[in-house]
Design a protein around this ligand. Structure first.
Ligand SMILES: Cc1cc2nc3c(=O)[nH]c(=O)nc-3n(C[C@H](O)[C@H](O)[C@H](O)COP(=O)(O)O)c2cc1C
Length: 222
């Protein structure tokens, strides 16, 4: 059964393949209706036991964005130690890993592991399925942002305790991601980390196994 027209199908794949992680933003404000579309897309993500463990803290105050940017930069500098005296040191220091100060909106996406009580269907077996559910919500936002002509960046360089302190997040709530949203005048065709020669996409065929781990999947159609 076809659920989408050919054109609609192309739209879905176009968003999946062309969506990028963006770290450079214009200060053009985002209309509230557009922002709300992204949030609604997130809220329609699948979640383990339908627990919907997410909240979205929408940060627009420049002072708070500056505080978040400062702890992200602190973490970036701390992580730089791992690349000291290696051939990646200069590349790492050159990478722009966040655009929090520039982007008009930062959204902290959180996960409440206690939502739905102590027996959430499915999460009983694999506790981290709550965070996996939040990740699905974030990916929905990413695709919706692409569809709306907006740019989005996922920032994960931070200590959770710092983000909790700045945003008054209770201890049992997990700040899963800081998301920057805005318009950009530079939407790259390839992942920025690929452009900067840091990492490239693995060949899919090397990631496929047949029947058991490690057995090459051979399909003549691929
Ligand atoms: C869980 C997660 C955390 C990420 N954290 C960061 C980050 O802190 N800073 C950053 O610049 N990019 C971050 N990214 C973006 C990735 O670097 C990016 O998705 C990857 O390089 C592929 O590029 P693309 O998203 O443009 O296809 C993160 C992505 C994910 C899924």
């Amino acid at each position: 059964m076809e659920r989408l027209t050919e054109e609609e199908k192309n739209g879905v794949y176009k968003a999946i393949f062309n969506r990028r992680d963006i770290r450079a933003f214009l200060n053009t404000p985002i209309p509230h209706t557009k922002l709300y579309k992204l949030l609604e897309a997130a809220h329609h993500a699948p979640s383990v036991g339908f627990m919907q463990p997410w909240n979205f803290i929408i940060v627009q105050a420049q002072e708070i964005k500056n505080q978040l940017a400062a702890i992200v930069d602190k973490e970036r500098r701390a992580l730089a130690i791992h690349y000291e005296n290696t051939d990646r040191e200069l590349t790492f220091l050159d990478l722009k890993i966040a655009g929090i100060k520039e982007a008009p909106i930062t959204i902290c996406v959180t996960c409440d592991p206690s939502r739905g009580g102590d027996h959430v269907l499915g999460r009983n077996s694999i506790p981290e399925t709550d965070i996996m559910s939040v990740s699905c919500a974030i990916q929905n936002m990413w695709l919706a942002a692409y569809a709306e002509g907006l740019a989005m960046g996922w920032v994960s360089f931070y200590k959770k305790s710092d983000v909790r302190r700045i945003l008054n997040i209770p201890l049992h709530i997990d700040p899963v991601a800081l998301i920057s949203i805005g318009y950009t005048d530079h939407y790259p065709e390839r992942p920025l980390l690929e452009i900067h020669d840091w990492e490239r996409r693995h060949e899919l065929k090397h990631l496929l196994f047949e029947n058991k781990w490690g057995i090459e999947y051979i399909n003549k159609d691929i």
